[in-house]
Design a protein around this ligand. Structure first.
Ligand code: ATP
Length: 319
């Protein structure tokens, strides 16, 4: 491998810039050339590719978002579109590609690999929903953002004896909701893995009111139900004012925290190591604080992320 490409794809996450920097700087230190591809697979298809040097990634380690840009580009599922992408990579003399993104982006990387083009996937998403890694880049920073929001809601909820519902991102993964709830001291946690039982939730909220709780914070993962409708239901049944707060894209932004900057830097450097060793079609992870890599096809198709029942049990005891 002499020249590598790097792109960010799917939902952006704090620490993506640090990951790009990790790839660029470690590749240059190994004597490789690097090209940045703008706006993910969309820019790859449109041939928006540019050489990156040391200073291209100056002053980005502390910045949220991704300076390369990201995009949703469902057309990449089409083989003809991917053929064009590979042609563009070859035209620039790029021998291998590092894809920073979530499981959807890994699917794109996997398909390129299956077409004979070597890719390495780095897990960059706030959802922490990628198999083969304990943590994804962006997750810890987003968790701190969620905790900050919960803290603020707690202040105002207890002043008004109000019930608050907080909708947290994560798609089909409840990690962000669960961990932020433990750290934020939420009373009720609803994630896709646990499921939503409205009557059970209501009974618990009523129990809290009976115990004399001044506030109730209910954390729920997005896409499970309409949070505003759930608030109406709780308000009607308890007689207590109930409001839903949908955190939304706030969770994606902001300066990456220490954990994500270090994780992203390590993963970026590790991706370059793997390419140097002739590895392609791998996805990088961190397990027990060690860098690991798995077959990207295997990770997408066969590996599941286990839900942390042990942590849910802890949370249940603390409410
Ligand atoms: P996040 O979960 O944080 O939103 P993600 O990477 O999972 O990130 P997606 O929108 O699912 O986000 O995927 C990003 C991009 O990866 C898609 O817009 C598309 O270009 C590509 N992609 C997704 N699925 C496929 C597929 N089956 N085949 C080829 N490319 C795909």
């Amino acid at each position: 491998v002499r020249k590598i490409g790097v792109l960010t794809s799917g939902g952006d996450a704090p620490g993506m810039n640090a990951a790009i920097r990790g790839v660029v700087r470690s590749a240059l230190s190994e004597g490789l050339e690097v090209c940045g591809i703008y706006d993910g697979f969309l820019g790859l298809h449109q041939n928006r590719i540019e050489r990156l040097n040391r200073t291209s990634v100056s002053d980005v380690i502390n910045r949220g978002g991704t300076f390369l840009g990201s995009a949703r580009f469902p057309e990449f599922a089409d083989e003809k579109v991917r053929e064009q992408a590979i042609q563009n990579l070859k035209m620039h003399g790029i021998d291998a590609l590092v894809v920073i993104g979530g499981d959807g982006s890994f699917m794109g990387a996997k398909k390129l690999t299956e077409m004979g083009y070597p890719c390495i996937g780095l897990p960059g998403t706030i959802d922490n929903d990628v198999a083969g890694t304990d943590y994804t880049i962006g997750y810890m920073t987003a968790m701190n953002t969620v905790i900050d929001a919960i803290d603020r809601l707690r202040d105002t909820s207890s002043s008004h004896q109000r019930i608050s519902i907080v909708e947290v991102m994560g798609r089909h993964c409840g990690d962000l909701t669960l961990m932020a709830s433990i750290a934020g001291g939420c009373e009720y946690i609803i994630t896709p893995e646990i499921g939503l039982d409205k009557d059970k939730l209501l009974a618990k909220v009523k129990e809290g009111i009976y115990k004399g709780k001044k506030h109730a914070i209910i954390a729920i993962t997005e896409l499970m139900t309409d949070a505003n409708e759930l608030a109406k239901f709780i308000e009607t049944e308890t007689g207590r004012e109930t409001r839903a707060t949908i955190l939304g894209h706030i969770q994606r932004g902001g300066q990456p925290g220490a954990f994500d900057r270090i994780l992203a830097s390590r993963m970026g450097a590790y991706a370059v190591d793997l390419l140097q060793q002739g590895e392609g079609g791998r996805c990088v992870g961190i397990q027990n604080d060690k860098m690991v890599h798995h077959d990207i096809v295997d990770a997408i198709e066969n590996m599941k992320r286990p839900f942390r029942d042990d942590l849910y049990e802890v949370a249940e005891k603390l409410f």
